[in-house]
Design a protein around this ligand. Sequence first.
Ligand code: BTN
Length: 267
Amino acid sequence: MGATLDQDAVRLATGGCQFVGAGDAKVEYLDSIDSTMRRAAALAAEGAPEGSLVVAGEQTAGKGRLGRGWSSPSGGLYLSLVLRPDDAMLRRLPATLLGSLAVAESLEAAGVTPHLKWPNDVFLGDKKVAGVLGELSRDGEAHLLVLGVGINVSTAPEAFPPELQDVATSVASSGGAPPPLQALLASFLSRFEEHFEAVRHGGGAGILSSASARMPLLGKPIRLRLMNETIEGTASGLSATGGLVVEGADGSHRVYVAGEVEGVGGP
Ligand code: BTN
């Protein structure tokens, strides 16, 4: 199991999966691509079933949240999954939170201790090590969710653009032993599938408690930047679908589904 991936390694990583790579699901590895999100969406448009997976060794136009890019030099794990939740499941699915929880769990299995920053960032110390992106669209009567995950594994600090060098890290730069990419991929897919299947079958309450336990900002005063305003309050918990519940100074509780959160007034 080496530091790099290839088609066989990715296929092997799906070996223990329930639906990723099973049946007619596509499994693709590309040494370099613009974005696995674009490729997975193209496969889905051609009818690729749920569980189709695209993995890349590097991306030349990686996509991040809020229209940002995602720096994707070699040394990282970059993947997109095709998911097709029905209406009922979609209403219960904290999809990107579930993805970031599975990333955190697979990094923990590799011996490091990440934490989560709502809505779906994974941090080692005070720097971001991984991100999750969900792109949801309708596909006829059904839903198409392309879920993208980027994890900086053995990425050298100088491989990030200068503006990211103070805010991004990799497992290796944070002092951890970078896991083999095939093992990390297998571990992520297994954790993700377990949570996704739990939600599909009406369960998944443990996802919120597991994610909450890894969110140090919960219970603390925060500032939440929205599109047109910034609010302050206490991050009091997660809603059933992974929204952030913020308690205002007047004791009111409101749920937010997007935004940029930061701690205020202390560590
Ligand atoms: C974020 O902004 O935090 C989300 C980053 C998501 C990056 C991953 S890398 C694999 C997949 N392909 C992309 O172009 N983006 C996602």
